[in-house]
Design a protein around this ligand. Structure first.
Ligand code: NAP
Ligand code: FE
Length: 384
């Protein structure tokens, strides 16, 4: 039989680590309309319901309206890019009310806040101690059920909780082998109410998760397969989700978000996320837009070091070359009216010093191409 010849496989592309592992213990329940079954999945006893202040709080109330209100304590206080202070407040309430589990309902912000509340409510460490401490307690927190209402962060299947230390103006991640949600209850219908701008920004976060988890030096073949499928789904569905919000495109974006979440849970992110943090902290740019704005420039910088995996992703999206993938992403940013230049955020040449410092995080060592501070500055200058 003639041997099958194929293009370089995902496994043979750009991976510097020969030994790899993939662990994700989250039970995923997925389906349109599934949120009506939420109460069937809850442990007995009283739970803390963590949400945002607006739409996600309304969604939480709606989901739980048939259930005995004495079973819940609501904490509808998670702000966008949730703060350490709010999270501490949630932990204190959880302990005071003797809640036995945490139900997080919302976008990545409420879910990340809820995740750390569940993780630390049964421990003595404060959030700030855990944020800055190198070794974290690896014991399980309270049971945590995550119900996403945006299709973006994939927080419902990740161990990451990104909190903002407002005093030091830093976004920092808590990640622990014991901090994954127990159950991700994913109902794409909950995203139907997202307006175009939130749909666009959160959807672009999925794209960044897909590209970054596929090319990072800490990638693995499982993450790469999830990542490629997630990028494909975004390129096929995000424009439709933003413009018309059809149920099919929402469902596909939710699937993409979950797959990209699985991908980053095993591989992490790279410098697009590092660059995003100062853009959010100092310019208030939404997380997804803040990650995606640097995708074309960083993809070009990384092209040689990650050409094979980008080519694989391009092909899985029906494109012929890695360059075509970059162009396709640029067109998507344009069509979604996403910010594409730092000058749109009032960032000029004389901002490059502080922006380079703030963007140059520990993530740079995972970038597929070697990256010194000077290179980061050049990338950022090209983005002005
Ligand atoms: P978000 O900050 O959770 O929500 C953004 C806005 O969307 C809020 O105003 C929110 O309202 C609203 N919203 C949420 N669901 C809605 C719906 N169904 N309909 C209408 N409006 C809705 O946004 P996000 O992009 O999902 O999360 C961003 C955060 O996640 C950042 O802090 C980022 O660093 C983090 N993140 C975490 C991970 C991870 O793995 N854990 C990965 C990437 C990013 P409410 O105020 O009512 O909630
Ligand atoms: Fe993200």
């Amino acid at each position: 039989m003639k041997p099958v010849t194929r293009t370089p496989g995902l496994l043979r592309t750009g991976i510097s680590t020969i030994v790899w592992s993939f662990y994700n213990p989250v039970t995923i329940e997925f389906g349109r309309g599934l949120c009506t079954k939420t109460q069937d999945l809850l442990p007995s006893g009283r739970g803390l319901v963590v949400s945002g202040k607006g739409t996600s709080y309304q969604i939480a109330q709606n989901i739980l309206k048939e259930t005995n209100p004495e079973r819940f304590v609501f904490f509808p206080k998670a702000e966008a890019n949730p703060s350490v202070k709010t999270t501490e407040e949630g932990i204190a309430l959880c302990r005071r009310e003797k809640c036995g589990y945490v139900l997080g309902i919302g976008g990545g912000s409420p879910l990340d806040c809820a995740k750390t509340i569940a993780f630390l409510a049964n421990k003595n460490e404060s959030v700030i101690e855990v944020l800055y401490k190198k070794s974290l307690p690896a014991s399980k927190g309270l049971p945590f059920i995550a119900v996403p209402t945006t299709a973006g962060t994939g927080s419902e299947v990740t161990q990451y909780s990104i909190l903002t230390d407002t005093e030091n103006k830093k976004k920092i991640s808590i990640a622990n082998v014991a901090s994954y949600p127990d159950i991700a209850l994913i109902d794409p219908a909950l995203t139907d109410s997202m307006p175009p701008r939130i749909t666009a920004s959160t959807g672009l976060d999925v794209l960044a998760h897909g590209i970054e988890s596929a090319w990072t030096k800490t990638t693995n073949p499982v993450s790469q397969v999830f990542a490629a499928e997630a990028v494909h789904l975004v390129l096929e569905n995000l424009e439709e989700a933003v413009k018309n919000g059809s149920a099919e495109s929402r469902d596909n974006m939710m699937r993409a978000s979950m797959l990209a979440g699985l991908a980053i849970s095993g591989a992490g992110t790279t410098i697009n996320h590092s660059i995003s943090y100062p853009l959010t902290l100092y310019r208030g740019l939404e997380h997804g837009f803040a990650c995606a704005i640097s995708l074309p420039a960083v993809m070009r910088y990384n092209l040689n070091a990650s050409r094979d995996i980008l080519l694989e992703i391009a092909r899985s999206c029906g494109l012929r070359t890695a360059e075509e993938l970059i162009e396709r992403i640029e067109s998507l940013l344009a069509v979604l009216d996403a910010p594409r230049k730092l000058s749109e955020l009032d960032i000029k040449e004389n901002d490059l010093d502080w922006l380079t410092e703030e963007s140059f995080s520990k993530n740079v060592v995972k970038n597929p191409e070697t990256l010194e501070k000077k290179d980061m500055r050049d990338i950022l200058r090209d983005m002005i």
